[in-house]
Design a protein around this ligand. Structure first.
Ligand code: SF4
Length: 324
């Protein structure tokens, strides 16, 4: 995959702000570029550059310890989320042509009107996608989304608000199935996923995920002790929700304890003796890592079903909405 990153813009702002020491933070997929980019910045600006070695998965995850030590922190790969005094978000834009995948999707689109969504990597191609759809007789709707997303039409793994538009079909342009599956479940709409790298398009079927999540709920119904996970990451922390969930657990005769942690991994939970967990940190962890945890890890919504607070009516996606 090739990405365009605005390195001249970084150099310019370091010089303009007379930054003497800069931090750089990369998501996992871009870490192999870190040393090369840090070297270029040092050579062109004379500033010292410190590279964040911590894992990073989203704009929700600013290395605040590093930000406190540097004049400017450049966070790569994601659009802006929240306001941070000395953090600059440097988006990575894919230069792949998205139209072949959209062309593949065209014959699967049934309605005249379609909502279009994508991730920040392809957001600059959204106007081309809409122009292509219009040329082929489709009305294209781009939802604004809430303040957690940086652009109209942009979705995150924790936020599908841009897909809540007035139509029954959605076209997702991007790789991976998490986002389109999430949108299908969160909105109940028919979703076509067009992958620009594979140049293919498929209709998303959320049934298997529904069944799997139903299994985790069933396995948690007899749990006596719940661990409620809260992330300390800047854009993931939902302590208020965790407190509310603990009250619900107590109301239903369960023991519940709140665990605050930075990175949520199966290893981190191994030594705590809870029967099941509720994850209020990044919602992707609950779904993507489900099989790696030694006991069930539920979304807040699934937890409410498991303890009997609400009826099972198919799964709901856990989203973090406009919270920062
Ligand atoms: S909470 Fe998870 S899905 Fe949302 S931006 Fe952060 S890493 Fe991405």
């Amino acid at each position: 995959m090739k990405f365009d990153i605005d390195i001249p813009g970084i150099i310019k702002s370091i010089k303009e702000k007379d930054c003497k020491i800069a931090g750089v933070q990369f998501p996992e997929g871009l870490k192999r570029q870190a040393i090369r980019i840090a070297g270029i910045i040092e050579e062109k600006t004379g500033a010292d550059v410190i590279i964040s070695g911590n894992p990073c998965f989203g704009a929700c995850d600013i290395d605040t310890a590093l930000a406190a030590k540097v004049d400017m922190l450049f966070h790569f790969g994601h659009s802006q989320m929240g306001v941070h005094e000395n953090v600059v978000f440097i988006e990575a834009r894919s230069n792949v042509d998205v139209i072949p995948a959209v062309r593949a999707a065209l014959e699967q689109i049934k309605e005249d009107k379609i909502g279009v969504i994508t991730t920040v990597q392809h957001i600059h191609r959204l106007k081309d996608v809409c122009a292509f759809l219009r040329e082929n007789g489709k009305e294209c709707i781009v939802g604004k989304g809430d303040l957690r997303v940086g652009y109209p039409g942009q979705v995150l793994g924790c936020n599908f608000t841009a897909a809540r538009v007035d139509c029954t079909e959605i076209l997702y342009v991007g790789s991976g199935m998490f986002h389109p599956l999430g949108v299908a479940i969160a909105t109940g709409k028919r979703v076509i996923a067009a992958d620009p790298y594979l140049k293919t398009a498929v209709e998303v079927n959320p049934e298997r995920l529904q069944r799997i999540r139903g299994g985790y709920i069933a396995r948690s119904m007899d749990a006596k002790i719940f661990g409620i996970i809260v992330s300390s990451k800047t854009g993931q922390e939902r302590m208020e929700l965790a407190m509310k969930l603990r009250d619900i657990a107590v109301k239903h005769g369960k023991e519940a304890h709140i665990l605050m942690m930075d990175l949520v991994t199966p290893d981190q939970l191994l030594n705590f003796k809870a029967d099941a967990y509720v994850n209020t940190a990044c919602p992707r962890i609950t779904i993507d890592d489900a099989e790696r945890f030694h006991v069930p890890v539920l979304t807040p919504q699934e937890f409410e079903v498991a303890v009997g607070e609400k009826e099972w009516d198919g799964i709901e996606m856990d989203e973090i909405l406009d919270s920062i």
